[in-house]
Unconditional design. Structure first.
Length: 97
C-alpha cells in the first residue's frame, strides 16, 4: 500500500473576508473529492482571509498512480482557479509493506 500526501498553500488575492475565502475553498474541496476521489481538508491558515493551506491524501497499491493523481490535482487547481496563486506545494509518497 502506498499513500500520497500533498500540501498546497494558496494565496487568494481577491478574497475580502473569511466568508469569501470559505466559499472558494469549499468549492475546491468539493470538486477535488468528486473528480479525483481524494481526501481533502483545509489544514492551516483557517483564520487568515487571503491564505489557505489544503492537505490532500490518496492511497493506492501503486506509487505511480498516487503520484499521477496528486499531479493531476495540482494541475486541476492551477487550471480551474487561475485567480489563485499557489505559493507553496509539496508532495510526499509513503511506501508501505
Amino acid at each position: 500500500m502506498n499513500a500520497g500526501i500533498c500540501r498546497i498553500k494558496l494565496h487568494l488575492p481577491g478574497s475580502q473576508s473569511l466568508k469569501d475565502k470559505r466559499g472558494v475553498i469549499k468549492s475546491i474541496i468539493s470538486r477535488l473529492r468528486t473528480q479525483f476521489n481524494v481526501s481533502v481538508a483545509e489544514v492551516e491558515d483557517q483564520e487568515l482571509w487571503q491564505l489557505a493551506t489544503l492537505g490532500i491524501a490518496c492511497i493506492s497499491n501503486h506509487d505511480q498512480h498516487v503520484d499521477e493523481v496528486l499531479s493531476k490535482v495540482v494541475n486541476f487547481v492551477k487550471q480551474n482557479y487561475p485567480q489563485l496563486e499557489i505559493v507553496e506545494q509539496e508532495v510526499e509518497i509513503l511506501h508501505g509493506p
